[in-house]
Ligand binder design. Sequence first.
Ligand code: GAR
Length: 193
Amino acid sequence: MKKIAVFASGVGTNLQAIIDAIESGDLDAKIELLVCDQEGAFCIKRALKANIPTFVFTAKHYESKAAYEQDILQQLQEFNIEYIVLAGYMRLIGHTLLHAYQGKMVNIHPSLLPAFPGKDAIGQAFTARVKRSGVTIHFVDEGMDTGPIIAQQEVDLDDNETLESFEEKIHAVEHKLYPAVLQRLFSEGKTSV
Ligand code: GAR
């Protein structure tokens, strides 16, 4: 069973999907730690409810990215974390964590990368009126939503689609795809594509 840390910044519906997949036996992993950079974010409540320890930090209280990542790294080592799973963590990962978890850190992004990286990818695709967008899961590198792609799933943007219905479709795909891809990744032990 893989020991993982989930990093999140917001509501944490992907965190919840991973918690649920572990509880139902579909994902052979244990979330040892939630790392969150936003005090009061709803993902913290989800973790506490599932008895997952949390490390919540405020980036501006540190003098550099290296300084807060060093604190995070210490936590990860205390919990013997094998994989970092980014689930709506809205910060670029720096050298400290990349160096320690090369090939052992994955991210989910709500578009077919390399299209629409960064914030509000669903809104970006909707505004561009593309025929289809989707979800990407990839290994993390120093870029924003870059890194070798592990899996992608397309989601159609229908003619009568509203932003809300499109968001719902994308999130529904995320919540199934992420646990399934993590399970495959952990069982195969792949660190590159
Ligand atoms: C998810 O849609 C995730 O793909 C996206 O943030 C959302 C978090 O939702 N991540 C990115 O945009 C990364 N660039 P959640 O907090 O409900 O899981």
